[in-house]
Ligand binder design. Structure first.
Ligand code: EPU
Length: 419
């Protein structure tokens, strides 16, 4: 297992280019199942989750080939409909194959994902929506068995605007008979990107990005040739890095319109953010000021940026109240930030962060993907050496992170960990 050693306290300066969005690339890769033939997807980041999805597609009989930036998937010979436990347990996004497999082959057997570090994360809404479209769903020894003799359009209301749930239903509805209306749909940019990808395959979708999405099913879709949007969470992570190090970073190739809530909060915290044609230039203050946040579905403040924002608030002037409303257990980074000298109290879904002038380097443990990112932010801002153990979480979602950090002048090194 790898660890990352950071010698913090340097002002980071320079340019960084944002990679394709993990959470858009994964559903778009899966959408290739809906057509027969060779799909080419550009701007697919080289991440562990992408490789896991490739393995899953391979396992279904879809040929998967990756070369930096491009995934080629051949779905002419899908001959299996099982997403096994081993793959689903390492990546929950594997459940995204449920809708497309059902629509293309009439059956899917997908392992139930189970809980994970950040919460219980059920998939009841995915299943409810597919049942409404005529699928028969049975739970069998930890697996979802779904079958359908042709899906039909339906009116579906989601109790929560679930991101992957909306994506699963969008994909299934694209090949269903008749019209599907999804109410209280997720509005995340990744959902819109998937809808655009599906439209490029011949799907008829309107309203993506709004709370009501309408899908008129078609008989057949064409293979996909598409380029994924830039990653707004990677973008946000580099913004907080500029903030905590008092640095100046030009974040290239990003889409500022996908990060409005974060930009507003960071500006209020004292960061200077200029939108330029190449991207965003972010300049950190001598010391940020405390701001409260509450995570919400898009366009609210993203839960995927809560941990990194908290690291910044740990050194802010004043007290910040951070409310996590999406996942019940997304404060695993707090204990680690405390090891670095942060003064944070948690009660239920609320963290109260009393800013301290400086964090100190320490040995810390990464517990999930965004928690790892928050420890990098903290480590870069801290005085002295921080060692982040269990780095594999980070490799699920950040492409060439140490190379990018080194390019900004950071002293970071990946090493083998004896543990
Ligand atoms: N929920 C239900 N029932 C369902 C589905 C969801 O109750 O059937 C609840 C969840 O328990 C949670 C809330 O709805 O409380 C929102 O969860 P959602 O389904 O939207 O999350 P997700 O689709 O599993 C995606 C991202 C996450 C991101 C969340 C929220 C992908 C592959 N994953 O997960 O990304 O945090 O949306 O924006 O798109 C990450 O990249 O680090 C990550 C965890």
């Amino acid at each position: 297992m790898d660890k990352l050693v950071i010698n913090g306290g340097k002002r980071l300066k320079g340019e960084v280019t944002i990679s394709g969005a993990k959470n858009a690339a994964l559903p778009i890769m899966v959408s290739s199942i809906l057509a027969s033939g060779e799909s080419t997807i550009q701007r697919v980041p080289e991440l562990m989750d992408v490789m896991t999805m490739g393995k899953l597609l391979d396992n279904l009989g879809a040929g998967f080939h990756y070369e930096p930036g491009t995934a080629v998937i051949n779905t002419a010979h899908i001959n299996n409909h099982v997403a096994p436990y081993d793959l689903v347990k390492t990546m929950r996004a594997s459940v995204l194959v449920l809708g497309p497999l059902l629509a293309r082959t009439g059956k899917a057997r997908v392992s139930l994902p189970g809980g994970c570090a950040i919460g219980a994360r059920p998939i009841n809404l995915h299943l409810m929506g597919l049942e409404k479209m005529g699928a028969t769903i049975e739970l069998d020894r930890g697996y979802v068995n779904a079958s359908a003799k042709g899906l039909r359009g339906s009116a579906i209301y989601l109790d929560m605007p679930t991101v992957t749930g909306t994506e699963n239903l969008l994909m299934a509805a694209s090949l269903a008979k008749g019209t599907t209306v999804i109410e209280n749909a997720a509005k995340e940019p990744e959902v819109v990107d998937l809808a655009n990808a599906l439209s490029s395959m011949g799907a008829r979708i309107s309203g993506a990005g709004e709370s009501t999405i309408e899908v008129e099913g078609v008989d057949e879709l064409r293979p996909l040739h598409y380029s994924v949007i830039p990653d707004r969470v990677e973008t946000g992570t580099f913004m907080t890095i500029a903030g905590i190090t008092g640095g100046e970073i030009l974040i290239k190739g990003c889409r500022p319109e996908h990060s409005e809530a974060l930009i507003t909060k960071l500006r209020e915290a004292g960061l200077e953010i200029e939108i330029e044609s190449a991207g965003m230039r972010v300049t950190g203050p001598d010391r940020p000021s405390a701001k409260d946040i509450k995570t919400m579905p898009y366009p609210g403040f993203p839960t995927d940026m809560q941990a990194q924002f908290m690291a910044l608030m740990a050194v802010a002037e004043g007290t910040s109240v951070i409310r996590e409303t999406i996942f019940e257990n997304r404060f695993m980074h707090v204990a680690e930030l405390r090891r670095m000298g942060a003064d944070i109290e948690i009660e239920g879904g609320v963290a109260t962060v009393r800013g301290v002038p400086k964090l100190n380097g320490a040995d810390v443990m990464a517990t999930d993907l965004r928690a790892s990112a928050s420890l990098i932010v903290a480590g870069l801002g801290a005085e002295g050496r921080t060692t982040i153990h269990r780095l594999y979480h980070l490799d699920r979602g950040y492409e060439r992170i140490e190379e990018k950090l080194k390019g900004l002048g950071a002293t970071v090194e990946r090493m083998k960990d004896a543990r």
